[in-house]
Ligand binder design. Structure first.
Ligand SMILES: Nc1nc2c(c(=O)[nH]1)N[C@H]1C(S)=C(S)[C@@H](COP(=O)(O)O)O[C@H]1N2
Ligand SMILES: [Mo]
Length: 526
């Protein structure tokens, strides 16, 4: 019991500090909320293999788990500070200052940080220390806690008279009062912290993107054909709705960009550097294209792939306006938060529809997908061609400058590998004997899907029926009607591109240039 209360005091001090930091961050710099600033730094410092493991193990929950881990570690350390405060308050204060100071340094070291980014940590420091001191003092004042050595000695020297004077009530009553006071204080701190953190959260999430009116495309896409989803239940829809489109980025806080203040800068090895506002960009002739995006972290059979209709400016239009000097071989694109992506320049200039997208599926980009503008490069994994929250385009060389993932040993040249996925039946599911539709999607961006085959148990590869053709940059739905007999069965799928290239059947993990291998699922037919 004597340890619980000081430990709790430390935790409460941390909770108060974190909440105060989150409140201040909500107004000044959402990404610099202490736990988030530390979390972002952890993301950047995590070695590539560990990150791969985390993505593979936790999938889309990886960010929540990271934040929870930072929180748990912080609260554990804070509990230690609370215990320390019993005997050495100044040292405990120093410890809290150090912890919050680290959060401040983490926030200040973010690529685009300014002075305000230190304020959340400073608020956390002030509230953390104040709460710790207050709780430690009130613990000493009450006698619910063991008296200190000095106090005990004082009691002995002052003798019965001294005891008589301080013992206005009996020790048990005082302990009970102390406990009640502590609980009251703890409750107060908790309630205020929840209010502060909630306020900060509300404030930062209230800064959602402004609604804009998208212009029509000068070069529109054809109407999307009817997909197989109408007839093959369980198959991925031909177009992925924006709200289920996968999201992958390093951001713990989604950047919210003020579109009226936003500009895109174009520079580096160019003849005429320039910058454009959003209005200027939207006023240039726009193209509209159906493009399937894939993340390099997608495992065989995984869900980090999505197909959407993109509206934007052809990238070469922008690059041509800038011209080139020297021999750049890389387009380095920078996001508003300093994150960078590099794209091979020859790929961008080979005629494909690489674009600065401002619209997705008929609407402005959502905050998570890069509002107000992002790159989309058909045929390349997202980490080398799909910069969200785009701020700057720099023509440079790989020798001179490297992007975020390139510095972490991921491939510089990363075309999407041909792959097929079984959507239905689901792995390890049970289906009724009789005619069962095996179906899914296959992609071979910028080469096009030519054939998809399915193998049942140890049977031959059987050609499947393909869904509508939406071009070589788009995925293709496929299905096969299977006369399923009772028992346990293995279903495998493989795709071949339009040039006759079979997908790589050898298993590979995503690092460094994308996964490969054949997906196989086991189903029970009953
Ligand atoms: N600014 C920024 N852009 C980014 C990333 C990022 O971390 N930050 N991740 C890239 C990766 S790895 C992928 S796969 C795509 C994912 O885009 P989506 O989240 O819209 O699906 O965005 C790319 N663009
Ligand atoms: Mo990715």
């Amino acid at each position: 019991m004597t340890r619980l209360r000081p430990a709790l005091s430390g935790i409460l001090a941390a909770v108060a500090g974190i909440a105060a930091g989150h409140l201040v961050a909500g107004f000044l710099a959402p990404a610099s909320s202490p736990v988030l600033a530390i979390g972002s730094t952890v993301i950047d410092l995590t070695p590539t293999p560990v990150k791969e493991w985390a993505i593979a193990t936790f999938g889309n929950a990886d960010k929540a788990i990271l934040q929870a881990s930072v929180l748990v570690v912080t609260l554990t350390l804070a509990a230690g500070a609370g215990l320390l405060a019993r005997r050495r308050l100044p040292l405990a204060i120093g410890f809290i200052v150090l912890l919050t100071g680290l959060a401040g340094v983490a926030a200040l070291l973010r690529p685009t940080a300014g002075v305000v980014d230190a304020f959340p940590a400073l608020a956390a420091m002030a509230l953390g220390v104040a709460t710790l001191v207050w709780l430690a003092r009130s613990a000493r004042a009450a006698t619910g806690d063991a008296p200190t050595e000095a106090a005990r000695r004082r009691d002995v020297t002052t003798g019965p008279r001294g005891s008589l004077m301080t013992n206005a009530t009996d020790p048990a009553t005082r302990a009970a009062t102390g406990r009640r006071r502590f609980l009251g204080g703890a409750l107060g701190v908790t309630v205020l912290s929840v209010l502060a953190a909630g306020g900060g959260q509300l404030r930062s999430s209230a800064q959602a993107a402004k609604r804009i009116v998208l212009p029509q495309a000068a070069d529109p896409a054809k109407a999307l054909p009817r997909g197989l989803e109408a007839t093959v239940p369980g198959i991925s829809p031909l177009r992925t709705p924006t709200n289920t489109f996968y999201r992958v980025d390093t951001n713990l806080v989604v950047p919210t960009v003020d579109v009226d203040a936003w500009t895109l800068e174009v520079g580096g090895m160019v003849e005429t550097p320039f910058s454009v506002t959003f209005a200027e960009l939207a006023a240039t002739p726009l193209i509209e294209r159906d493009i399937t995006m894939t993340c390099v972290s997608n495992e065989v059979g995984g869900g980090y792939v999505g197909a959407a209709r993109w509206l934007g400016v052809r990238l070469t239009d922008v690059l041509d306006r800038a011209g080139t000097t020297g021999r750049p071989d890389q387009l380095l694109s920078t996001a508003v938060d300093g994150f960078t992506i590099s794209t091979p320049l020859d790929v961008l200039r080979d005629g494909r529809d690489a674009m600065i997208a401002i619209g997705m599926n008929g609407a402005q980009l959502s905050d998570v997908h890069g509002f107000p503008a992002r790159l989309v490069t058909p045929g390349l994994y997202g980490f080398v061609g799909a910069t969200k929250w785009l701020a700057k385009l720099t023509l440079t060389t790989y020798a001179a400058d490297q992007a975020y993932w390139t510095r972490r040993q991921w491939a510089t040249d990363a075309p999407i590998k041909t792959s097929a996925r079984i959507d239905t039946p689901a792995p390890l599911s049970t289906v009724r004997a009789g005619t069962v539709a095996i179906g899914g999607v296959a992609w071979a961006q910028h080469r096009g899907v030519g054939r998809v085959e399915v193998r049942i148990d140890d049977g031959p590869w059987q050609e499947t029926r393909l869904g509508p053709d939406v071009g070589i940059d788009y995925w293709r739905q496929w299905y096969l009607a299977w006369e399923a007999k009772p028992g346990l069965h293995r279903l495998a799928v493989r795709a071949t591109d339009l040039q006759g290239g079979l997908q790589i059947t050898e298993r590979a993990t995503p690092f460094p240039d994308g996964s490969s291998g054949i997906q196989e699922v086991v189903v029970t037919v009953a």
